[in-house]
Design a protein around this ligand. Structure first.
Ligand code: RBF
Ligand code: MG
Length: 317
């Protein structure tokens, strides 16, 4: 797959491009049905399958006050999309000027003139242009005018629920990482950098943890103790993550820390990925340190068992 970071980088005309457009936050199983359709249509017209997405997520620019937590950073999204069996990925900068484009101009200037669109594939809830003024009916009308068919892909349901980024966010915020995986198609992953903590884990508990500063904008699952996979320095380890305020020690700030199994090295400043496999329990306030340590030992044993039974997801670091 060829990756462009701006539409302006495309200097050669694409070959009969079949284009899907969207934010694709999470790159979940609903999105995958769109990509399948693109592949199918690209084959049918002997053209190139193209994914057009934006950086940053438009909502960050248009409605920053919403502070919508995201399921993927742009880096994760690019990694996941680049693994698709399609020809071209365009990650176009979402600037205020771009966001102010009338819907008609986006189609005429970008899809028709710059990309030479052959066919378009979009999801059932697709909106485009300034203030999301463009809907599917308008896209179909413009398609008829400029001569490209529009294929609308229905929402998919899994176990009676419509797959959407919103559903996945809600599940994760409730700590339901195992349920979220059903709709994502892989374990939910966060990325970040290892930063200094209080040093209490190693000193007082005998369980040193990597405290993680999350990459900007990513959703942190609900508080609790989780069995996880951790990837760092190109290797994958089992681990136990703690999301919370460590009530035993009255921390004020919510943090994500991971005890990495069978690992012993100084990793401050390293990038790391955490993939949430299963939630083990709520965070508790323990009466003393030995009680907390006893529980952490149980958590480690549980994680070893659970993570040992699941495959690590492919890297997105
Ligand atoms: N701290 C708590 O106050 N309550 C807990 O239930 C708790 N569970 C933990 C479980 C695991 C597997 C790990 C690694 C840590 C846990 N901690 C808990 C966090 C512990 O207090 C923290 O790692 C140290 O205070 C160092 O920051
Ligand atoms: Mg620590």
């Amino acid at each position: 797959m060829i990756i462009y970071h701006d539409l302006a980088e495309i200097t050669q005309p694409l070959r009969r491009p079949v284009i899907t457009i969207g934010n694709f936050d999470g790159v979940h199983l609903g999105h995958q049905t769109l990509f399948q359709k693109v592949k199918e249509r690209a084959r049918a017209v002997d053209g190139e399958g193209v994914v057009l997405t934006f950086d940053p997520h438009p909502i960050k620019l248009m409605r920053p006050e919403k502070q919508l937590p995201l399921l993927t950073t742009t880096a994760q999204k690019v990694r996941l999309l680049s693994e698709l069996d399609l020809e071209v990925l365009i990650v176009h900068p979402f600037t205020p000027e771009f966001g102010a484009l009338p819907a008609r101009d986006f189609v005429q200037e970008y899809l028709v003139r710059r990309l030479g669109v052959q066919e378009v594939v979009i999801g059932h809830d697709y909106r485009f242009g300034r203030r999301r003024e463009g809907n599917i009916a308008l896209l179909q009308a413009l398609g008829a005018e400029f001569g490209f068919p529009v294929h609308v892909v229905d929402a998919i349901q899994i176990q009676g629920q419509v797959v959407s980024s919103t559903l996945i966010r809600t599940l994760l915020q409730n700590g339901q990482v195992y349920e979220a995986q059903r709709f994502l198609g892989r374990p939910y992953e966060v990325t970040g950098v290892v930063v200094p903590g209080f040093g209490r884990g190693a000193r007082l508990l005998g369980f040193p943890t990597a405290n993680i500063a999350l990459d900007n904008g990513l959703l942190l699952p609900g508080a609790g103790i989780y069995a996880v996979w951790t990837e760092l320095q190109g290797r994958v380890y089992a681990g136990v993550a703690n999301i919370g305020t460590c009530p035993t020690f009255d921390n004020e700030k919510l943090s994500l820390e991971v005890y990495i199994l069978d690992f012993d090295a100084d990793i401050y400043g390293e990038r790391l990925a955490v993939r949430f496999v299963q939630r083990l329990r709520d965070e508790h306030r323990f009466p003393d340190i030995p009680a907390l340590v006893t529980q952490i030992k149980r958590d480690v044993a549980a994680a070893r068992l659970i993570v040992g039974l699941s495959n690590p997801a492919p890297a997105t670091l």
